[in-house]
Structure formats: structure tokens, C-alpha cells
Design a protein around this ligand. Structure first.
Ligand code: 4AD
Ligand code: MG
Length: 430
């Protein structure tokens, strides 16, 4: 008998097939027994009907518990009433293991309990749906850049220098030297952009964020395009196109998962170009008028992100931040050198900042000055400074956070559910 996956079951109507998986749930009533079998790609109802209550399949059915592993064989039948539209008419049940006392029974559990059992929690329907959306988002991102001729460049994870400020660095020993886990691949990408024109890196980023929020992970995934000769304007266009492409893919391919998550797709369908644009100078008084205590020069916190997201059904692009609150590498505005040519994309519905980026300093002297002002060790950045010596070029790029994007797509308030094994403040198990 052919082993098939539940997601392909529709191609096997009226055939005898084998499904290998686990018991999600079971039910019995009179002469009928139902097993909900999951195989990672879906859940299928397998049924036995018999007038004989000593039917061997009934006896095997009685042994089964939640998450027991098994192989079931039978005939695929269309059944409009069955979840998914098909069911398996059982001919054989081969039990691999009867699972005893599975900790996550099909009822409500507390979040700390579920987090402690994350390795098992992944099997539940909602978590499954979220991570299906995640793989879709990642595939969309890669397709988007690959189809536009971007070269994928893997940047190092062990690095000798900081990219996004020294307060969130993870230190580790590198033989007899100190090293840091990468906060961003950007600096290396600026080098690969000079070699390949348009590039992206896609990898994990590490930040020792001491604040416990719904939006911060210690380890998260980020895609970072970098384009030689692109301006701030070009990078905003690119970020906008990317977000629209991700939404289109999720709506097209993961409708059923959004339904499972009770995610209303309308706010996603409402996102349209052009995304509204506003400068930092303009937005601060608007936030104050809405009751925010923000002062000029402050960064946005969760309350401000919420207020900003009320301004539009599309992400809001905020530009021209005070250079003092942004990273050392940001290009200043030519008329207002106190402002940085950076951009943050704030997601609608209070999902926070999903993109951060902008134009980079390409002037040698200015970059050297900034490195001094930020008290960064010049030796560690010597190679980065070289990029401004040998054919310097204006360039721009951004980073999009995968988990924030997934939480927005799924309508999930806490980022911890958007990655298989979240690293959170003081939690590294499992
Ligand atoms: O704004 P950030 O810090 O920008 C950079 O790292 C730039 N070097 C990127 C670049 O220009 N190439 O981070 C970019 C995005 C944020 O907008 C957010 O979506 C996500 O990365 N992010 C986090 N996601 C989860 N947990 C955290 N602790 C995050 N920090 C940033
Ligand atoms: Mg940022």
C-alpha cells in the first residue's frame, strides 16, 4: 500500500493508502469508531464500522491514547461531513507505541506549562498553523529576493564587532579572543553589496534585550537586503513591495491556517500601496496630541507603536530620526545633519516595528568620526572603513524581522509562538 501524506489525500480518492502518524483524538459511538490521525501535514478522520464489538480493529482502537504513534491503512473516501472532505475507511491499524499520560491533554493549559512543554506543544493545531504561516513567510521572502536578482550572502554569526549598539551584545570566547553573536548581518552585507550589487542575508540575530516585552526575542530571524547605489527612497519602495508580496502569499496559500487561528484576513487584505510616510519631527507632536508622554528625542515604546498603528490600515513609514537615537552608520540628511536617513515600518493593528533600515554613511571622514563618537574600537571596523576608501558608494538596506511579521500575519499578540523554540529573557529550555 502506498504511504501518502494527508495534505495529498484528495489525489487518492477510492485508493487504498497508508498513513503514518499519531492519534490526535478519538471518539466512539455505537457501531462506529473514529480516530483523528495527524501526520504533520494535516488531520484525517479514520473510521471503522462494525456490528461486532469484538472486531479486532475495535480492540486496537480501545488501546489507543492521545499521541500514540501508528500506521493506519484503508480506503480513501470522499465525505463532505468529514473535516477536510475525506475520510479513511479503516482496514488495518498498526500500533507503533501507545503513548502514556501525554501531558498536553486537549484542554486549556497555562502559558508557563505550555512553554515548558514547547517540544510537545508544537503538535497542537494552533501552533501548527502559526508555524505553517512562518514557513510560508520565509519562502515568500526568499522567492521575492531571488526573483529580483538579489544574491543570497550568508554573513557570519561569530563576529568581532557590534552592529546595533553595544548594550545588547552576547559575548562569547573565540579561542583567546572575545567574540560576539551577530546582532545583524548588515555591515558584512555592505561589503558583499560592493561585490555583487544587490544582496540579502537571512539568518538568526542575537540581542541580549533585558526588557521583557511581547515583541522581543533574544534570538530572532531577520532578512536583510542591501543595495549598492540605492537611496532611502529606494529602500522604502523595496520594503513596501516585500511586505505586500508576503501578505499576498499568505492570503493565497495559508487561508486554512488563518481560519484555524481565527485571524480575520480583512486587515491584511486592506494593506495597500503607497504606505503612508511621516517624519519623526511630524509624528512626535501628533503622538503627544493623542496623549503620549513622548518627548522629542525619545524612541517609540509599545504605547506609541499602538497609537501610530491607528493612523493607517497599512504600515506607517517613519523617517528622519534624530541621529542621536540611531545607529552609528546612518547617513545624515544633507540639509539637516542632525537627522538620520533611517526608516522604521510600523505594522498596523499594534504589531510594532517590522522593518528598520535606511541609507548608510558612505563618506570616509564622517564614518571615522562616528566610530570615534560611539567609542567603537577602530581596529575591529578597519575592514568596514575600507569600503569607504576603495570606490565608496551610496547604499541602503533594511532588516525585516520574521517573527514580528508572522505574529502580525497570524494575529498573535505574543511573539513567543512564532518560532519553534523561542529564546526569551531567562528562558532557554527546551
Ligand atoms: O531595527 P533593527 O535593529 O535594524 C537592524 O538590525 C539593521 N542593521 C537592519 C538593516 O538595516 N540591515 O532590526 C530590524 C528588525 C526590526 O524592525 C524588527 O522587526 C526585528 O528586526 N527585531 C526583532 N525581532 C524580534 N526580537 C527582537 N529582539 C528584535 N529586534 C529587532
Ligand atoms: Mg529598529
Amino acid at each position: 500500500m502506498t504511504w501518502v501524506y494527508i495534505e495529498d489525500i484528495g489525489k487518492h480518492e477510492d485508493e487504498d493508502v497508508e498513513i503514518r502518524g499519531w492519534v490526535y483524538n478519538k471518539r466512539s459511538g455505537g457501531k462506529i469508531r473514529f480516530i483523528l490521525v495527524r501526520d504533520g501535514t494535516g488531520i484525517l478522520q479514520a473510521t471503522v464500522f462494525s456490528a461486532d464489538d469484538q472486531n479486532p480493529l475495535f480492540l486496537k482502537f480501545d488501546e489507543l491514547t492521545q499521541e500514540s504513534s501508528l500506521i493506519v491503512r484503508g480506503r480513501v473516501r470522499e465525505d463532505k461531513r468529514a473535516p477536510g472532505g475525506y475520510e479513511l475507511s479503516l482496514q488495518d491499524i498498526e500500533i507503533i507505541q501507545v503513548a502514556k499520560d501525554y501531558p498536553i491533554a486537549l484542554k486549556e493549559h497555562t502559558t508557563p506549562f505550555l512553554m515548558e512543554h514547547r517540544h510537545l506543544w508544537l503538535r497542537s493545531r494552533k501552533q501548527h498553523a502559526v508555524l505553517q504561516v512562518r514557513t510560508e513567510v520565509i519562502r515568500a521572502i526568499r522567492n521575492f529576493f531571488d526573483d529580483r536578482g538579489f544574491r543570497l550572502m550568508d554573513t557570519p554569526i561569530l563576529t568581532p564587532s557590534a552592529c546595533e549598539g553595544t548594550t545588547t551584545l552576547f559575548e562569547t570566547k573565540y579561542f583567546d579572543q572575545m567574540a560576539y553573536l551577530s546582532q545583524s548581518g548588515q555591515l558584512y552585507n555592505e561589503a558583499t553589496a560592493a561585490a555583487f550589487g544587490k544582496v540579502y542575508c537571512f539568518g538568526p540575530a542575537f540581542r541580549a534585550e533585558k526588557s521583557k516585552t511581547r515583541r522581543h526575542l533574544i534570538e530572532f530571524w531577520m532578512v536583510e537586503p542591501e543595495v549598492a547605489f540605492a537611496t532611502l527612497e529606494d529602500t522604502i519602495e523595496l520594503g513596501q513591495d516585500l511586505i505586500l508580496f508576503i501578505i499576498e502569499r499568505v492570503l493565497k496559500n495559508r487561508r486554512a491556517d488563518l481560519e484555524e487561528l481565527e485571524r480575520d484576513p480583512k486587515p491584511l487584505e486592506a494593506v495597500s500601496r503607497p504606505f503612508p510616510r511621516i517624519t519623526y519631527d511630524e509624528i512626535v507632536p501628533r503622538l503627544q496630541a493623542k496623549g503620549s508622554p513622548i518627548q522629542y528625542g525619545d524612541d517609540f515604546g509599545a504605547p506609541e507603536e499602538g497609537l501610530i498603528s491607528e493612523m493607517s490600515s497599512s504600515p506607517v513609514c517613519i523617517t528622519h530620526f534624530p541621529a542621536a537615537i540611531k545607529a552609528f552608520y546612518m547617513q545624515p540628511d544633507k540639509d539637516r545633519p542632525d537627522l538620520a536617513l533611517g526608516v522604521d515600518f510600523m505594522a498596523p493593528e499594534s504589531y510594532g516595528e517590522i522593518i528598520g533600515g535606511g541609507q548608510r554613511i558612505h563618506d570616509l571622514e564622517l564614518l571615522e568620526r562616528r566610530i570615534r563618537e560611539h567609542n567603537l574600537p577602530r581596529e575591529a571596523y578597519a575592514w568596514y572603513i575600507d569600503l569607504r576608501k576603495y570606490g565608496t558608494f551610496p547604499h541602503s538596506g533594511f532588516g525585516l524581522g520574521v517573527e514580528r511579521t508572522v505574529s502580525w500575519m497570524c494575529g498573535i499578540k505574543h511573539i513567543r509562538e512564532t518560532i519553534p523554540f523561542p529564546r526569551l529573557l531567562y528562558r532557554i529550555y527546551p
